[in-house]
Write a protein that binds this ligand. Structure first.
Ligand code: SF4
Length: 274
């Protein structure tokens, strides 16, 4: 199969949820990227999304520009989450999407969930050595996703450590670590906006802010997921973006958030919906 550059500029998705409440602060546009090596090799017990594992089968393909246009149009409060599957398999094109979003509006708040652990990503990047049983659809996906591969297609460099670091410059919160069912965080009445469902081994890493302070990537500020949820449960949050407010008497972070919320409210009164 001959692959042109246009094909390589596409991202593969399996689904999209609008106004998701459990994928980071506030109501978020949540995009599910297709494919999970962990899922096809040794899935996490209790994985919430097995339909995302396979590289073959149905998918929605969008160019980098189409993804950016879609997010600009549909993320009314500028809150976006990429999950999967394993979104970091598409690091190469996610860098372009996230960089463009931040250039268009620095208020975009980006969350990415990954089963990989930050320290390993920064040491090794992501490499995959296909097994004999992996069919052509796996190789097709990896040629779209990867930075480079060997001539005999026996080893794919999906993302280098430098590419991971570049992506993290635009990611406000990286949630890392695999889902571990025995450490599952309970679904409770407090598990609402600003919380997320996952397991206590996962960490919320304030990537972009940490890299602004120390571009070397040696010092990342982070919280374990249960600590993060506990902190958010006792915070008053902005009605628009869902982020913690500094002052209990406030309802919004700033005028921009207030205006977005009012516009959205008016829109929903006319057109209805969630
Ligand atoms: S929980 Fe995530 S990383 Fe684990 S198998 Fe499911 S999609 Fe893959």
């Amino acid at each position: 199969m001959v692959m042109c550059m246009t094909d390589r500029d596409r991202l593969w998705f399996i689904g999209i949820t609008k106004d998701a409440r459990t994928a980071g602060p506030g109501k978020r546009l949540e995009l599910f990227l297709k494919g999970c090596i962990r899922g096809i090799v040794n899935p996490c017990q209790g994985c919430f999304n097995p339909t995302t594992w396979e590289f073959g089968g149905p998918r929605r393909e969008m160019t980098v520009d189409e993804v950016v246009d879609f997010i600009v149009r549909d993320a009314w409060n500028r809150q976006v989450t990429f999950c999967g599957g394993e979104p970091l398999l598409q690091t190469r094109n996610l860098i372009k999407v996230c960089r463009r979003l931040k250039e268009l509006d620095p208020k975009f708040h980006i969350v990415i969930y990954t089963a990989y652990v930050l320290e390993n990503l920064l040491r090794n990047g992501i490499v995959f050595v296909p097994r004999a049983c992996d069919g052509p659809e796996v190789h097709e996906a990896l040629q779209v996703y990867s930075s480079s591969w060997t001539e005999d297609r026996s080893r794919y460099q999906i993302a280098t450590p430098d590419e991971i670091l570049e992506l993290l410059k635009y990611v406000d919160m990286l949630v890392d670590g695999d889902y571990q069912h025995d450490k599952r965080l309970p679904v409770s009445p407090t598990m609402d906006e600003g919380m997320f469902i996952g397991s206590a081994n996962q960490r919320v890493i304030y990537a972009a802010e940490s890299l602004r302070r120390d571009p070397s990537g040696q010092h990342f500020e982070m919280l374990y997921a249960d600590e993060y949820n506990r902190r958010m449960a006792c915070q008053k949050t902005c009605r628009c973006c869902g982020h913690a407010l500094l002052d209990d008497s406030m309802h919004f972070c700033d005028e921009d958030c207030e205006q977005r919320f009012v516009e959205r409210d008016e829109y929903m009164k006319i057109f209805g919906g969630a």
